[in-house]
Write a protein that binds this ligand. Structure first.
Ligand code: TA6
Length: 312
């Protein structure tokens, strides 16, 4: 049971892995596994799951959990020599009882602070000392906020450089029916075309085939409009210039062992990221990257589905 001191519950999850449960007074909840500091669930006041967790997700280190919000650090995808998306997502994190102060944006009563420091093994593959703090908070309006603070704690005076992403898997009613607002006319790197650079057309982004694009220098607010569920996901991001949009569609899905063949129809990844301009920190310096997710009821009559309104 969450105590006065602890704004969360510690519980056993799948395969006995430790997880944190955050509960908000009106029935909203979120779950974070210490394995990867991985948010695997975010539910609204009706108990509806807002994140997609693969029907074949594996909860067994060192395999990353497929779905929810994997953390990509210190490397996004194969933008470097480390394993895909780096190693933070397949390490066991710790709960930090007394982290350096971090103002809470909403009077959220449900939050947890987690921390990752490199092991001797990590230092062999990425020779840098760091402290990666993540606060996961569930707000009074049901918004889910992830705030990362990465500090260079090298004692040898060396700076380090990294790329980063919150690799969020959103649950959608039907991928053919959703659209993304806020990325129109932006340049992007197409991962399906050797990362060649293109410019997006002027309308909302819709989906009819595999997509894997890195949008560059995006606005801080992006929206996913799900007609069928009369729901709009509003993504707010700070310190994260880019956004990745990914759906593997049918063929690629069949090549991903821990993703169900039909899962792609109910998922969409829109990832707040720092890729084009990697982050460099000198010893003692700290970077902060914040993601806030909201799920708002939306209908044409409320104008909520009017892109201009959504992104205002
Ligand atoms: O973020 C999009 C992406 O980089 C895709 O290229 C695809 O590989 C996806 O991530 C999943 O990566 P993973 O390493 O989790 O299989």
């Amino acid at each position: 049971m969450a105590t006065e001191r602890h704004h969360f519950e510690l519980a056993k999850g799948i395969n006995g892995l430790d997880k944190i449960v955050l509960r908000e007074s009106r029935g909203r909840s979120a779950e974070v596994y210490l394995y990867g500091s991985h948010v695997t669930s975010w539910k609204n006041e009706n108990g509806e799951e807002l994140l997609h967790l693969s029907s074949k997700a594996i909860f067994k280190p060192p395999k990353p959990i497929r779905g929810g919000i994997p953390l990509c650090f210190p490397q996004f995808s194969n933008f470097g020599t480390l394993e895909s998306h780096g190693f933070a997502r397949n390490r066991i994190w710790e709960v930090e009882a007394n982290p350096p102060p971090l103002p809470l944006n909403s009077c959220s009563s449900a939050f947890v602070d987690l921390i990752l420091r490199p092991t001797e093994e990590d230092l062999k593959i990425w020779p840098h000392n760091f402290e990666f703090r993540l606060r996961v908070a569930l707000g009074t309006e049901g918004e889910l906020t992830l705030t990362s603070r990465i500090r260079n704690t090298n004692s040898d005076g060396k700076p380090f450089t990294f790329t980063f992403a919150y690799h969020t898997y959103f649950s959608v009613s039907d991928i053919n029916e959703v659209r993304v607002e806020g990325l129109e006319t932006l340049d992007y790197l197409d991962n399906l075309k050797n990362r060649e650079r293109f410019t997006e057309q002027g309308d909302a982004i819709t989906f009819e085939s595999e997509v894997d694009k890195i949008y560059l220098s995006t606005p801080t607010k992006i929206a996913i409009l799900d007609h069928e569920k009369k729901r709009t996901f509003v993504i707010r991001k700070d310190g994260l210039a880019d956004a990745v949009v990914w759906n593997p569609w049918d063929k690629k899905s069949k090549t991903i062992s821990d993703l169900g063949d039909e899962d792609y129809k109910q998922m969409l990844c829109v990832e707040a990221a720092a890729i084009e301009r990697p982050i460099t920190l000198k010893p003692g310096e700290e970077w902060k990257g914040r993601l806030e997710l909201s799920a708002v009821p939306s209908s044409y009559s409320s104008g909520q589905l009017d892109p201009k309104k959504v992104l205002e």
